[in-house]
Design a protein around this ligand. Structure first.
Ligand code: AMP
Ligand code: MG
Length: 332
Protein backbone atom coordinates (compact mmCIF):
# COMPACT_ATOMS: atom_id res chain seq x y z
CA UNK A 1 0.00 0.00 0.00
CA UNK A 2 1.62 3.24 -1.10
CA UNK A 3 0.53 6.70 -0.05
CA UNK A 4 1.32 9.63 -2.36
CA UNK A 5 3.73 12.30 -1.12
CA UNK A 6 1.05 14.87 -1.93
CA UNK A 7 -1.29 13.13 0.52
CA UNK A 8 1.36 13.23 3.25
CA UNK A 9 1.87 16.95 2.58
CA UNK A 10 -1.87 17.53 2.65
CA UNK A 11 -2.22 15.65 5.94
CA UNK A 12 0.65 17.64 7.46
CA UNK A 13 -1.13 20.83 6.38
CA UNK A 14 -4.34 19.67 8.05
CA UNK A 15 -2.40 19.08 11.30
CA UNK A 16 -0.78 22.55 11.06
CA UNK A 17 -4.22 24.09 10.61
CA UNK A 18 -5.47 22.39 13.78
CA UNK A 19 -7.39 19.64 11.99
CA UNK A 20 -7.67 15.91 12.63
CA UNK A 21 -5.94 13.25 10.54
CA UNK A 22 -6.57 9.51 10.81
CA UNK A 23 -3.25 7.78 10.32
CA UNK A 24 -2.10 4.18 10.04
CA UNK A 25 0.35 2.83 12.58
CA UNK A 26 1.60 -0.73 13.02
CA UNK A 27 -0.74 -1.20 16.02
CA UNK A 28 -4.12 0.36 15.13
CA UNK A 29 -5.28 3.48 13.24
CA UNK A 30 -4.87 6.68 15.24
CA UNK A 31 -6.89 9.90 15.28
CA UNK A 32 -4.11 12.46 15.18
CA UNK A 33 -3.81 16.14 16.07
CA UNK A 34 -0.93 18.58 16.61
CA UNK A 35 0.16 17.62 20.14
CA UNK A 36 0.97 21.26 20.96
CA UNK A 37 -2.38 22.67 19.84
CA UNK A 38 -4.74 22.46 22.81
CA UNK A 39 -7.84 23.24 20.72
CA UNK A 40 -7.02 20.53 18.18
CA UNK A 41 -6.39 18.05 20.99
CA UNK A 42 -9.77 18.99 22.51
CA UNK A 43 -11.45 18.12 19.21
CA UNK A 44 -10.13 14.56 19.44
CA UNK A 45 -12.07 14.06 22.66
CA UNK A 46 -15.19 15.56 21.11
CA UNK A 47 -15.04 13.35 18.00
CA UNK A 48 -14.32 10.18 19.99
CA UNK A 49 -16.87 10.97 22.67
CA UNK A 50 -14.02 10.37 25.11
CA UNK A 51 -14.08 11.77 28.66
CA UNK A 52 -11.56 14.66 28.76
CA UNK A 53 -9.52 13.38 31.70
CA UNK A 54 -8.11 10.46 29.71
CA UNK A 55 -4.49 10.91 28.59
CA UNK A 56 -3.36 10.43 24.98
CA UNK A 57 -0.17 9.11 23.42
CA UNK A 58 2.19 11.63 21.78
CA UNK A 59 3.74 10.15 18.63
CA UNK A 60 7.17 11.41 17.65
CA UNK A 61 9.34 10.76 14.60
CA UNK A 62 12.51 9.39 16.22
CA UNK A 63 13.92 8.28 19.57
CA UNK A 64 16.43 11.16 19.39
CA UNK A 65 13.54 13.62 19.84
CA UNK A 66 12.43 12.14 23.17
CA UNK A 67 14.25 14.75 25.28
CA UNK A 68 12.25 17.52 23.57
CA UNK A 69 9.01 16.13 25.00
CA UNK A 70 9.83 14.90 28.49
CA UNK A 71 11.64 16.26 31.55
CA UNK A 72 13.77 13.34 32.53
CA UNK A 73 14.79 10.15 30.74
CA UNK A 74 15.84 7.39 33.15
CA UNK A 75 18.27 4.69 32.02
CA UNK A 76 15.49 2.09 31.65
CA UNK A 77 13.63 4.39 29.25
CA UNK A 78 16.75 4.90 27.14
CA UNK A 79 17.34 1.17 26.90
CA UNK A 80 13.74 0.44 25.93
CA UNK A 81 13.54 3.28 23.40
CA UNK A 82 16.81 2.18 21.82
CA UNK A 83 15.67 -1.41 21.48
CA UNK A 84 11.97 -1.06 20.62
CA UNK A 85 11.54 2.22 18.72
CA UNK A 86 10.17 2.54 16.19
CA UNK A 87 7.71 -0.04 17.54
CA UNK A 88 4.61 -0.88 19.58
CA UNK A 89 5.96 0.37 22.92
CA UNK A 90 4.74 3.51 24.71
CA UNK A 91 6.80 5.01 27.52
CA UNK A 92 5.22 7.08 30.30
CA UNK A 93 7.64 9.77 31.48
CA UNK A 94 7.57 13.16 33.20
CA UNK A 95 5.80 15.74 31.03
CA UNK A 96 7.92 18.29 29.21
CA UNK A 97 6.63 21.89 29.09
CA UNK A 98 5.92 21.55 25.39
CA UNK A 99 3.10 19.10 26.09
CA UNK A 100 -0.22 20.77 26.97
CA UNK A 101 -2.18 19.34 29.89
CA UNK A 102 -5.06 18.70 27.46
CA UNK A 103 -2.97 15.90 25.92
CA UNK A 104 -2.14 14.27 29.25
CA UNK A 105 -5.58 14.45 30.84
CA UNK A 106 -4.12 16.91 33.35
CA UNK A 107 -1.32 14.54 34.42
CA UNK A 108 2.28 15.59 35.00
CA UNK A 109 3.37 12.53 33.02
CA UNK A 110 3.16 12.01 29.27
CA UNK A 111 2.96 8.87 27.13
CA UNK A 112 5.30 8.89 24.11
CA UNK A 113 6.14 6.52 21.30
CA UNK A 114 7.69 6.27 17.84
CA UNK A 115 5.33 4.29 15.58
CA UNK A 116 6.77 1.70 13.19
CA UNK A 117 4.84 2.51 10.04
CA UNK A 118 6.25 4.22 6.94
CA UNK A 119 3.16 6.42 6.49
CA UNK A 120 3.06 7.53 10.13
CA UNK A 121 6.80 8.25 10.05
CA UNK A 122 6.49 10.17 6.76
CA UNK A 123 3.69 12.26 8.26
CA UNK A 124 5.66 12.97 11.44
CA UNK A 125 8.66 13.98 9.36
CA UNK A 126 6.62 16.26 7.06
CA UNK A 127 4.75 17.80 9.99
CA UNK A 128 7.83 18.24 12.14
CA UNK A 129 6.09 18.20 15.52
CA UNK A 130 4.46 15.60 17.73
CA UNK A 131 1.12 14.05 16.89
CA UNK A 132 -1.13 13.08 19.73
CA UNK A 133 -3.37 10.22 18.73
CA UNK A 134 -5.70 7.81 20.46
CA UNK A 135 -7.25 4.99 18.47
CA UNK A 136 -9.56 6.31 15.72
CA UNK A 137 -12.80 4.89 17.07
CA UNK A 138 -15.62 6.03 19.32
CA UNK A 139 -14.80 5.73 23.01
CA UNK A 140 -15.23 2.18 24.27
CA UNK A 141 -15.65 0.48 20.92
CA UNK A 142 -13.38 -1.78 18.87
CA UNK A 143 -10.17 -0.15 17.59
CA UNK A 144 -9.82 0.25 13.80
CA UNK A 145 -7.18 -1.79 11.98
CA UNK A 146 -8.06 -0.63 8.43
CA UNK A 147 -8.88 2.77 6.92
CA UNK A 148 -12.32 1.31 6.10
CA UNK A 149 -12.98 0.76 9.82
CA UNK A 150 -12.14 4.43 10.50
CA UNK A 151 -14.50 5.64 7.78
CA UNK A 152 -17.30 3.38 9.00
CA UNK A 153 -17.00 4.65 12.55
CA UNK A 154 -15.97 8.31 12.37
CA UNK A 155 -16.86 9.26 8.78
CA UNK A 156 -17.04 13.00 8.17
CA UNK A 157 -15.77 13.90 11.64
CA UNK A 158 -12.17 13.34 10.48
CA UNK A 159 -10.61 15.97 8.19
CA UNK A 160 -8.32 13.59 6.34
CA UNK A 161 -7.74 9.83 6.32
CA UNK A 162 -4.40 8.33 5.27
CA UNK A 163 -4.88 4.76 4.08
CA UNK A 164 -1.78 2.71 4.86
CA UNK A 165 -3.40 -0.71 4.51
CA UNK A 166 -4.20 -3.14 7.34
CA UNK A 167 -2.22 -2.78 10.58
CA UNK A 168 0.58 -5.33 11.05
CA UNK A 169 0.36 -5.79 14.82
CA UNK A 170 -3.39 -5.28 15.26
CA UNK A 171 -3.50 -4.56 19.01
CA UNK A 172 -2.43 -1.36 20.75
CA UNK A 173 1.05 -0.63 22.06
CA UNK A 174 2.40 -1.89 25.36
CA UNK A 175 2.38 1.03 27.81
CA UNK A 176 5.23 1.02 30.32
CA UNK A 177 5.49 3.51 33.16
CA UNK A 178 9.18 4.26 33.66
CA UNK A 179 8.76 7.08 36.20
CA UNK A 180 9.05 4.80 39.24
CA UNK A 181 11.74 2.51 40.62
CA UNK A 182 10.32 -0.57 38.91
CA UNK A 183 9.13 -0.27 35.29
CA UNK A 184 5.52 -1.33 35.19
CA UNK A 185 3.19 -2.37 32.39
CA UNK A 186 0.02 -0.24 32.42
CA UNK A 187 -1.40 -1.98 29.36
CA UNK A 188 -0.09 -5.14 27.68
CA UNK A 189 0.36 -4.80 23.92
CA UNK A 190 2.53 -5.41 20.88
CA UNK A 191 5.83 -5.70 22.80
CA UNK A 192 5.73 -8.65 25.18
CA UNK A 193 6.56 -8.62 28.87
CA UNK A 194 9.20 -11.28 28.14
CA UNK A 195 10.90 -8.98 25.58
CA UNK A 196 10.90 -6.05 28.03
CA UNK A 197 12.41 -8.15 30.80
CA UNK A 198 15.08 -9.54 28.47
CA UNK A 199 16.22 -6.03 27.54
CA UNK A 200 16.09 -4.62 31.08
CA UNK A 201 17.54 -7.73 32.69
CA UNK A 202 15.01 -7.55 35.51
CA UNK A 203 11.33 -8.23 36.20
CA UNK A 204 8.69 -5.77 35.02
CA UNK A 205 5.58 -5.24 37.12
CA UNK A 206 2.11 -5.90 35.77
CA UNK A 207 -0.18 -4.20 38.29
CA UNK A 208 -3.81 -5.32 38.40
CA UNK A 209 -5.05 -1.73 38.35
CA UNK A 210 -2.99 1.35 37.55
CA UNK A 211 -2.89 4.51 39.64
CA UNK A 212 -3.96 6.72 36.77
CA UNK A 213 -7.07 6.46 34.72
CA UNK A 214 -6.32 4.42 31.65
CA UNK A 215 -9.15 3.96 29.15
CA UNK A 216 -7.73 0.59 28.19
CA UNK A 217 -8.36 -0.43 31.77
CA UNK A 218 -12.06 0.44 31.87
CA UNK A 219 -14.06 -2.69 32.64
CA UNK A 220 -15.78 -2.42 29.25
CA UNK A 221 -13.59 -1.26 26.37
CA UNK A 222 -12.67 -2.57 22.91
CA UNK A 223 -16.26 -3.84 22.86
CA UNK A 224 -18.30 -4.89 19.83
CA UNK A 225 -22.10 -4.41 19.81
CA UNK A 226 -22.60 -8.12 20.44
CA UNK A 227 -22.18 -9.29 24.00
CA UNK A 228 -18.94 -11.26 24.46
CA UNK A 229 -18.89 -14.30 26.73
CA UNK A 230 -15.67 -16.06 27.70
CA UNK A 231 -15.63 -19.78 28.50
CA UNK A 232 -13.00 -22.51 28.67
CA UNK A 233 -11.83 -23.58 25.16
CA UNK A 234 -13.40 -27.04 25.45
CA UNK A 235 -16.78 -25.45 26.37
CA UNK A 236 -16.92 -23.02 23.42
CA UNK A 237 -18.84 -25.30 21.03
CA UNK A 238 -21.37 -26.53 23.61
CA UNK A 239 -22.06 -23.05 25.03
CA UNK A 240 -22.40 -21.58 21.55
CA UNK A 241 -24.87 -24.25 20.44
CA UNK A 242 -26.88 -23.88 23.64
CA UNK A 243 -27.16 -20.11 23.21
CA UNK A 244 -28.08 -20.56 19.55
CA UNK A 245 -30.88 -22.98 20.61
CA UNK A 246 -32.09 -20.32 23.05
CA UNK A 247 -32.60 -18.00 20.09
CA UNK A 248 -29.36 -15.99 20.04
CA UNK A 249 -27.52 -15.19 16.83
CA UNK A 250 -24.25 -16.64 18.03
CA UNK A 251 -20.81 -15.81 16.69
CA UNK A 252 -18.06 -18.23 17.67
CA UNK A 253 -14.34 -17.70 18.12
CA UNK A 254 -13.43 -21.35 17.53
CA UNK A 255 -10.16 -22.12 19.35
CA UNK A 256 -7.43 -24.04 17.46
CA UNK A 257 -7.73 -26.95 19.92
CA UNK A 258 -11.27 -27.69 18.70
CA UNK A 259 -10.86 -26.41 15.14
CA UNK A 260 -12.26 -29.57 13.56
CA UNK A 261 -15.47 -29.64 15.59
CA UNK A 262 -18.57 -28.69 13.57
CA UNK A 263 -20.59 -25.91 15.26
CA UNK A 264 -24.26 -25.04 14.84
CA UNK A 265 -24.06 -21.27 15.17
CA UNK A 266 -24.80 -18.12 13.17
CA UNK A 267 -21.16 -17.34 12.28
CA UNK A 268 -17.83 -18.95 13.04
CA UNK A 269 -14.33 -17.45 13.07
CA UNK A 270 -11.44 -19.93 13.21
CA UNK A 271 -8.96 -18.51 15.72
CA UNK A 272 -5.45 -18.55 14.19
CA UNK A 273 -2.87 -20.77 15.87
CA UNK A 274 -0.20 -18.08 15.63
CA UNK A 275 -0.60 -15.35 18.27
CA UNK A 276 0.72 -12.79 15.79
CA UNK A 277 -2.02 -13.64 13.32
CA UNK A 278 -4.61 -13.68 16.11
CA UNK A 279 -3.58 -10.20 17.31
CA UNK A 280 -3.61 -8.91 13.74
CA UNK A 281 -7.08 -10.29 13.10
CA UNK A 282 -8.73 -9.79 16.51
CA UNK A 283 -10.54 -6.46 16.03
CA UNK A 284 -11.50 -7.34 12.45
CA UNK A 285 -13.08 -10.60 13.70
CA UNK A 286 -15.13 -8.71 16.32
CA UNK A 287 -16.31 -6.20 13.72
CA UNK A 288 -17.12 -8.99 11.25
CA UNK A 289 -19.33 -10.83 13.74
CA UNK A 290 -21.15 -7.56 14.53
CA UNK A 291 -21.69 -6.97 10.82
CA UNK A 292 -23.04 -10.47 10.32
CA UNK A 293 -25.73 -9.72 12.87
CA UNK A 294 -24.48 -11.70 15.87
CA UNK A 295 -25.85 -10.60 19.23
CA UNK A 296 -23.63 -12.91 21.25
CA UNK A 297 -20.00 -13.92 20.77
CA UNK A 298 -18.62 -17.00 22.52
CA UNK A 299 -14.84 -17.06 22.86
CA UNK A 300 -12.07 -18.35 25.11
CA UNK A 301 -8.82 -16.80 26.32
CA UNK A 302 -5.45 -17.78 24.85
CA UNK A 303 -2.54 -18.62 27.17
CA UNK A 304 -1.46 -15.34 28.77
CA UNK A 305 2.14 -15.30 27.62
CA UNK A 306 3.82 -13.40 24.80
CA UNK A 307 1.22 -11.63 22.65
CA UNK A 308 -1.43 -13.81 24.31
CA UNK A 309 -1.31 -11.44 27.30
CA UNK A 310 -2.49 -8.50 25.18
CA UNK A 311 -5.10 -10.59 23.34
CA UNK A 312 -6.54 -11.91 26.60
CA UNK A 313 -6.59 -8.37 28.04
CA UNK A 314 -8.61 -7.08 25.05
CA UNK A 315 -11.01 -10.04 25.12
CA UNK A 316 -11.65 -9.50 28.85
CA UNK A 317 -12.41 -5.81 28.22
CA UNK A 318 -14.58 -6.71 25.24
CA UNK A 319 -16.51 -9.04 27.53
CA UNK A 320 -16.58 -6.25 30.13
CA UNK A 321 -19.09 -6.35 32.96
CA UNK A 322 -21.89 -6.99 30.50
CA UNK A 323 -21.29 -10.73 30.15
CA UNK A 324 -22.30 -12.02 33.56
CA UNK A 325 -26.07 -12.36 33.03
CA UNK A 326 -28.84 -13.35 30.61
CA UNK A 327 -27.91 -16.70 29.07
CA UNK A 328 -26.45 -18.15 32.24
CA UNK A 329 -23.20 -18.85 30.44
CA UNK A 330 -20.20 -18.98 32.75
CA UNK A 331 -17.16 -16.76 32.59
CA UNK A 332 -13.84 -18.40 33.52
P1 AMP B 1 -5.81 4.90 23.23
O1 AMP B 1 -5.65 6.30 22.89
O2 AMP B 1 -7.24 4.53 23.46
O3 AMP B 1 -5.08 3.91 22.38
O4 AMP B 1 -5.13 4.83 24.62
C1 AMP B 1 -3.93 5.52 24.90
C2 AMP B 1 -3.42 4.94 26.14
O5 AMP B 1 -2.30 5.64 26.70
C3 AMP B 1 -4.47 4.97 27.20
O6 AMP B 1 -4.56 3.71 27.81
C4 AMP B 1 -3.98 6.06 28.10
O7 AMP B 1 -4.54 6.07 29.34
C5 AMP B 1 -2.51 5.82 28.09
N1 AMP B 1 -1.76 6.95 28.61
C6 AMP B 1 -1.50 8.07 27.98
N2 AMP B 1 -0.81 8.93 28.77
C7 AMP B 1 -0.63 8.32 29.95
C8 AMP B 1 -0.02 8.68 31.19
N3 AMP B 1 0.55 9.88 31.34
N4 AMP B 1 -0.04 7.79 32.17
C9 AMP B 1 -0.62 6.60 31.99
N5 AMP B 1 -1.23 6.18 30.87
C10 AMP B 1 -1.24 7.03 29.85
MG1 MG C 1 -8.53 3.26 22.21
Amino acid sequence: MTVRTSDIEKAAGVLRAGGLVALPTETVYGLGADAENAAAVARIFQVKGRPPAHPLIVHIGAAEQLDEWVEDVPEAARLLAERFWPGPLTLVLRRGRRVPLEATGGLETVAVRVPDHPVALALLSAFGGGVTAPSANRFGSVSPTTAGHVGAELGEAVDFVLDGGPCEVGVESTIVDVTGDVPSILRPGGVTREDLEAVLGRPVAVPAASRVRVPGQHPSHYAPRARVVLVEPERVVAEAELAQEFGHQVGVFLPPSVADTPVKAHAVVAVPTSMGAYARGLYGFLRELDQRGCDLIVASLPAEEGLGLAIANRLRRAAGPRSSSATGLQEP
